[in-house]
Structures are given as C-alpha cells and as structure tokens.
Design a protein around this ligand. Structure first.
Ligand SMILES: NC(=O)c1ccc[n+]([C@@H]2O[C@H](COP(=O)([O-])OP(=O)(O)OC[C@H]3O[C@@H](n4cnc5c(N)ncnc54)[C@H](O)[C@@H]3O)[C@@H](O)[C@H]2O)c1
Length: 432
C-alpha cells in the first residue's frame, strides 16, 4: 500500500427517529434537554402547513419558549444565510438562543446549520468555513448547539448530513460548508409532514434521492483518495465505501418502488413513509461517501437561473429546483462514468428495476441512463437543460462554475476535464 494512499474510512452516524406523528414529540425532547430559548427556522410556505401547526402545538404543550424566523430563502444564498444569522444573533428578550429547530426542506435545514455554526463560533469572515478553493475551509473549532431537524420534503437527507449548501451570489454557483459538527442532533422523519408537498416538489426532491444514491454508489472508492496528514482532516465525503454502499443501494430500491406512487398520490401513506426513509438512507450513504458530477454540474445550473420559474414552487424569485438541476445532468454523466465502474452502474440500474440479466459491461452506462430517463419522463421533469433556459452558448460558463467544485468533482470515478464537462453539458440539453 502506498504511503500516500488512503487506507481507512470513517462512518459518522446520524440520529433519526421515524414514525407518523413523531413531530408531536419535539416539545418533550426540548424540555428534557433543558432548552429555555429556542429559535424555530422555517420558510413562509412551510410555516402555514399542518407540519408547522403540529410543531408549534408541541412546543406550546411543553411550555418551551421560542421565536420563529420564517424568512428562509428557497435555494438559499450567502445573503439569505446572513439575514438568518443576523436575526439569530439578536437573540430574544430571554437572551441568546440555546437550541434551534429546522422545520422545512433542505433549504431550511441548511440555513439552520449555518445559523447554528455562525452564532456559536463566529468566524472573522463569512468564507472562513466555506469549502476550498472558494472559501478557506477552516475546520469548525468545537461542538455546536442542539439542532433538531424536521424535514418536510423527502429528498435532500440534510437531516442526516454535515453539509450546508448555499448559492454564492457573486459567483452564481453553489458551494457549501462541510463538517461532521454541522449534523443535526436529531432528525424527525414524520411522513405526515410531506403530505402537502406539491407534486413538482415531490418529484424534484425524490429525484435528488435517486441521484444521491447512484452518485455515492458509483463514486471513486475511498482507498483511491490521497491519505490526509491527520485523521481529523479526513473529509466527510470520503468516496464509496462498504458501509455507505448498503444504505445507497437500499435507498435506490425504495425510490424505484415508491417514487411514482408518492408523487402521483400524496395520500399514499406507505409510499410517503418509504420516500422519507429513503431520503435519510441515501443521506447516510452519500453523507459519508459523497456525490460527484451530477451534483458538481448542478451548482452552476441553479446559480445562473435565467428567469426560469418552476411550476409548483411558491416563491417570488426565478428558481431551478435543486433535484431537477441535478437529475438533468445525470443521464449524460453516467454514460460517461460507466466505463470506470461498469458493474456498479449495472447494479444501480438493477436496483432501479432494469433487467440486467443479459447486460454487457459496455452497455452499463446506457442501461442506467435509460432507466433514469424513464423516471424523468414519468415524473414530468423538464426535458433537459434547454427547457429550463440554457443553450449551447452558456456551456463555457457552466463548465467554469463546475471546475472549482473539487469537493465533489474529484470523487468522479472517471476524471472530467474542461472538454469532458462541455460535452456532458451539451448532451444534457435534451434528455429524451
Ligand atoms: N445539506 C445537504 O446534505 C443537502 C443535500 C441535497 C440538497 N441540499 C440543498 O437543499 C435544497 C433543496 O431542498 P428541498 O428539495 O428539500 O426543497 P426546499 O427546502 O428548497 O423547498 C422546496 C419548496 O417546497 C416547499 N415545501 C417544502 N415542504 C413542503 C410541504 N411539506 N408542503 C408544502 N410545501 C413544501 C417550500 O416552501 C419550497 O417552496 C437545495 O438548496 C440543495 O442544495 C442540501
């Protein structure tokens, strides 16, 4: 074994509680933890849903003093993070907050992680904690305050991960902060909370699960990354590894069985329950293994939104839903990466329901990509980047926005340079 090559991986566990109605236990948990001044972080739409009523009732029943911040931006930016951080820094009349509750989708949970970090360990500059090469990547110096996360979408798995993603407005590309210390203290997986998702939100967030699981399963193996100087510098995203594999493959099987049902019939309790579980399964998988090109390429796609307004998203700004920005790149990417790990691409296709009994390794990319496109058509995603406002002349900009996303692009099982990325974006213009 080379001295310079990684030989170990580390599994960071995530605390989750699953069950229809677990949101009602929020107040009791905070009372047991001795919380005296709680900030609930949510977005303006989720604040009006039954999920929020149940959470507020639970806090009232346990006499937990709390304030609400309801200005989370859907697809957060550095400015929206700073707005939430400034609100939290002011504290309430009871002083500083001693615990946080995130109630919403990935946008809300990621905002709450940033609020927790920036109010507990304020940095000198905003970019200090942000992933290099965009930020300085300074390690989080100590533990954070309790953060209880209640996802209301079934997608990001952010309730299980140590990652907080935002759009850096001046770069028009997403980046993030990654540290195991950002992980929520507990994630409440309550299928009652996803019942009110509009179908487009259910489709986009569900396809995010699908891509998380395939990307982490097909990522560069952990043993092919360079060994860090100190164990503490081992990244959260370490490459595919035998423990993440189990979570990722199982998530794929669940998505294959339930995504269409959950999107088409929000009253299907079994489908919603399995999708919210699958989001966390994939979260545990990719939270330790990482994602690669579909996510890396999605960051400039959502950052350069050009007036596109996603149906079903009740927001006052143009927006490309995260899950769509990822999945539109996925078929081209997996056709490209399959040659590096064909068996894994075939296993992922099989978990998604494809017949691979007579498949040859050289067909792996097409088989997996065709299966993904089948789900995209059925779930009525936009038909490629062209439908959300991009054309070939945008490709150099999209490539420039992808290249700095080292944290994820370096986990691609097949390295992708400028020309490869240009071709992948071109192929992603039309999906079927
Ligand atoms: N931290 C991580 O590990 C991680 C992983 C993947 C994605 N993300 C980030 O998460 C964000 C996307 O999050 P998301 O897909 O969960 O959606 P979201 O939080 O952006 O919400 C999408 C829309 O759905 C609405 N909504 C949410 N739940 C609802 C409900 N139950 N009923 C009705 N409306 C509801 C919201 O108000 C919003 O309009 C992106 O910024 C992405 O980069 C983070």
């Amino acid at each position: 074994m080379s001295e310079k090559q990684e030989f170990a991986f580390e599994m960071a566990v995530s605390n989750i509680r699953f069950g229809a109605g677990v949101t009602r236990e929020l107040g009791m948990d905070l009372a047991d933890a001795g919380a005296r001044n709680v900030l609930v972080i949510t977005d303006p739409v989720v604040k009006t849903t039954p999920a929020a009523h149940v959470a507020f009732e639970s806090l009232d029943a346990s006499r937990i003093p709390y304030c609400v911040y309801d200005r989370v931006r859907v697809e957060p930016t550095d400015e929206s993070f700073l707005d939430a951080i400034a609100f939290a820094r002011q504290g309430s009349e009871r002083g500083r907050y001693d615990a946080f509750v995130a109630l919403g989708g990935g946008s809300t949970i990621d905002t709450a992680k940033a609020v927790n970090l920036y109010t507990t360990h304020p940095p000198e500059e905003f970019l200090d904690y942000v992933n290099p090469p965009i930020g300085k990547g300074i390690p989080v110096p100590g533990p954070l305050k309790p953060l209880l996360a209640i996802p209301t979408t079934a997608g990001t798995g952010s309730e299980t991960t140590g990652v907080s993603i935002f759009d850096l407005s001046r770069m028009h590309a997403k980046t993030g902060i990654a540290s195991r210390r950002l992980k929520p203290t507990l994630g409440y997986l309550d299928p009652e909370n996803t019942r009110t998702m509009p179908p487009q939100v259910a489709a986009s967030s569900g396809l995010d699960i699908l891509s998380h699981a395939i990307e982490s399963y097909t990522a560069l193996p952990f043993s092919e990354r360079p060994r860090p100087e100190r164990p503490a510098l081992r990244p959260a995203y370490q490459g595919s590894n035998p423990i993440s594999d189990i979570w990722s493959l199982q998530a794929l099987r669940m998505v294959a069985k339930y995504i269409v049902r959950a999107v088409e019939d929000p009253s299907d309790d079994e489908a919603r329950a399995n999708m919210i579980l699958a989001a966390s399964y994939a979260g545990v998988g990719f939270g330790n293994a990482g994602v690669h090109l579909p996510h890396g390429m999605s960051y400039p796609v959502s950052g350069h939104v050009n007036g596109y307004r996603a149906p079903g998203y009740a927001v006052d700004h143009p927006l490309i839903p995260h899950g769509f920005s990822v999945i539109l790149n996925a078929p081209a990417v997996f056709r490209f990466t399959a040659s590096a790990r064909p068996e894994r691409h075939l296993q992922a296709a099989e978990a998604l329901g494809a017949d691979v009994s007579r498949a040859r390794c050289e067909d792996a990319g097409n088989i997996l990509s065709d299966r993904i496109v089948w789900f995209m058509e059925r779930l009525k995603t936009p038909n490629g980047l062209r439908e959300i406002g991009y054309c070939s002349s945008d490709i150099p900009t999209l490539v420039q926005g992808t290249l700095p996303q080292h944290r994820v692009t370096k986990l691609s099982p097949r390295p992708a340079g400028t020309e490869d990325l240009s071709r992948l974006f071109e192929e992603s213009m039309v999906a079927w």
